[in-house]
Design a protein around this ligand. Sequence first.
Ligand SMILES: Cc1ncc(COP(=O)(O)O)c(C=O)c1O
Length: 364
Amino acid sequence: MTAEQLISFARGAPSLDIVDVAGLKAAAARAFDADPAGVTAYGTSVGYVPLRKWIAEKHGVAPEQVIVTNGSLQADAFLFTHLVQAGDDVVVEKPTYDRTLLNLQNLGGKVHQVTIQPDGIDVDELRGLLENGLRPKLAHIIPNYQNPAGVTLSLDKRRALLALAAEYGFVIFEDDPYVDIRFRGEALPSMLSMDENNSVVHASSFTKTVCPGVRVGYLVGPAALIDAIAKKATNLYISPGMVSEAIVHQFCVSGDIDRSIQTVSAALAERAQVLAASIRTHIPGATFTEPDGGYFLWVDLPEDVDVDALFPVAMKKGVAIVKGSDFLLDGGKHSVRLAFSAVTVDQIDEGVRRLAEAIAEVRA
Ligand SMILES: Cc1ncc(COP(=O)(O)O)c(C=O)c1O
């Protein structure tokens, strides 16, 4: 590896070696053979109907409760524009996915960040805000292997959140693209599956389990809400990409997706472990919680390391990171998010060495 080659801990995307390119090519051939008319025509805005049905069955809901979108970010955007108007209160996690923060701010939402703990959002802090009169339209929650903190919401907190949503009448937006990338432990039920009050709207994606280039994600919620969003989607683009969705459908029904999930999970489990070991060796003052799955490790650096100063120095040394402050309205000045998804094992130690050098330079 040359010193000039950038090692990126920035992108939450799988590296090419763990994308099943051959499986996707074969799925594409099967899609065109099986349904040439459906694949090549305009579809409708609810998405490729056989994939919509597969997703509905996966979640145990009616197909009318599902819309398939161009990536889950579009699902997020549809829901946010549908529910949130300028001046509305919204709750997000602290820290949270940077695009969630930006999109809600761009809509004029009044964003309230609630602290994340090792077992997920601090429900007591949220309850305190609600008891003091906050009436949010929605609470955006990333329940599994959270982006960027890597933590998972406990079962008790899932129950507590559902109870708060029912009591105070807000929507829980369960944004769940990482759930299947599990390294250890038992899978917890989704809040969607536990919901008895139509409080939950759920999004997920094939980006993290298949590849981002397909741009296929989806939203599951009450049929009336999905119908209203589908009407807006029709006006926006008539239908999402049928070719992509039909390929994903073939990839799912053949069972290739299960193999892909195993490949990605096994690779990322190893990368996460190597990354943690390298940080312990090269950056002794850093603290972090190792995630049980997903794509990200959140690292708190010593207080004298300012990430605004660190970022350009790290880039100069050939390592890309994301500043903790990108995920927060305030703070995060001494934290970074490291994605271990786009780096191969042989790059990790070198990447961490470069980061350690950059830290040493910034501190000096
Ligand atoms: C929490 C969360 N939601 C949504 C997305 C968007 O994913 P995509 O549009 O690729 O499905 C991401 C991507 O990193 C994410 O971390």
